[in-house]
Design a protein around this ligand. Structure first.
Ligand SMILES: Cc1cc2nc3c(=O)[nH]c(=O)nc-3n(C[C@H](O)[C@H](O)[C@H](O)COP(=O)(O)OP(=O)(O)OC[C@H]3O[C@@H](n4cnc5c(N)ncnc54)[C@H](O)[C@@H]3O)c2cc1C
Length: 306
């Protein structure tokens, strides 16, 4: 059924890096929900696969010393959504990946695959952009940390080199403590639907819950790669949350920072409308969550590190 020449089961990240460097045609397979679909369509047929699925260090979510959240790239979406650290500190990321496909896909597909496939439609993309997530890559040249905001180079393309394995996705405490967020996905149906548009808005309010200290806006499918809207973020900072003008500001501001295209899923004009409307709704939900005291007040702790 699948035309695969050689299949290797890597035992460690070092093992996977070695196998990739020895086989020029090799592709990493994690959950396989993209790779196997492509193979069945004949793309990459007769090639070599290096599985990273059985490498224990690539699974799970951990709290590192200093409060950085470390997400194992081979963690499936269901495990991300249900993980206590995700639920407590970045629940909107769990909600975002809970919109992927259906239950079977969420039990098999991984967050590392969602990032490394380079797709602008990936449901984790907008949220990881706003989290300033760092993609940790290990290859024959050593380890390098690439901000996810600099990871994508074009549709389906990233800075990852052939012999590099994503061994972690990191989120620093300054990027999650005090923040709430909301991910809004538009698709023609509720399940088994690739995003026509995905938008994440996150806010950090002052102690009194009156003023926006920090706003982050990320999109998938609003451009050839996932993007941030930094000018509009800057314009929102310092604004009062009871000022209805902030919704007008975000809805119009983002339009100057996006570059959507027409596709069979939606016209450019419809996407522009979604870009405005989803930003307004996501901002409202993020603010409501903050006023509801849902923002984590501290970074993850020693206790949770074990
Ligand atoms: C029916 C169906 C519905 C879907 N619906 C959605 C949806 O709604 N939203 C959405 O975002 N996606 C959707 N997808 C796409 C897919 O499930 C996701 O992109 C998923 O995250 C891919 O993860 P994976 O582990 O299965 O990746 P794989 O198929 O194993 O790999 C994907 C790519 O990433 C590379 N890769 C994987 N892990 C690593 C790593 N650790 N280091 C370096 N490179 C790596 C692989 O080499 C490959 O190029 C759907 C897929 C199917 C089949």
């Amino acid at each position: 059924m699948f035309d695969i020449e050689q299949y290797y089961e890597a035992k460690s990240v070092e093992d996977a890096v070695r196998l990739l460097s020895e086989h020029e045609d090799a592709e990493i397979i994690s959950g396989g929900t993209d790779v196997l679909v492509k193979l069945r369509e004949g793309k990459g047929a007769g090639g070599t696969l290096v599985s990273i699925h059985e490498i224990p260090s690539l699974h799970g979510v951990r709290c590192l010393p200093g409060g950085t959240l470390e997400i194992g790239p081979a963690t499936c979406f269901t495990d991300i959504t249900n993980h206590p650290l995700i639920r407590r500190y970045v629940p909107y990321l769990g909600e975002a990946v809970d919109t992927v496909g259906g239950p079977q896909v969420r039990n098999q597909g991984t967050i590392g695959g969602n990032v490394c496939n380079g797709a602008t439609s990936a449901d984790s993309a907008a949220t990881l952009q706003t989290l300033n997530a760092v993609v940790v890559l290990q290859g024959t040249g050593g380890v390098r940390r690439v901000p996810v905001t600099e990871f994508y180079t074009g549709p389906g393309r990233t800075v990852r080199r052939h012999d590099e394995v994503c061994r972690a996705i990191e989120i620093a405490p300054e990027d999650y403590v005090g923040f709430t967020g909301s991910y809004m996905k538009y698709g023609k149906r509720a399940a088994m639907e690739i995003a026509t548009l995905g938008c994440c808005v996150r806010v950090k309010l002052d102690e009194a819950g009156e003023t926006i200290l920090d706003a982050r806006i990320g999109y998938g499918v609003a451009a050839p790669t996932p993007i941030r809207c930094r000018n509009t973020e800057g314009a929102l900072a310092g604004r009062r949350v009871d000022d209805p003008g902030i919704y007008e500001l975000i809805g119009t501001g983002v339009l100057d920072e996006v570059n959507p295209r027409s596709s069979w899923r939606a016209s450019k004009e419809f996407r522009l409308q979604l870009i405005s409307e989803l930003a307004r709704r996501a901002l409202r939900e993020a603010v409501d969550r903050s006023l509801n005291h849902e923002a984590p007040k501290t970074a993850c702790s020693d206790e949770e590190r074990r």
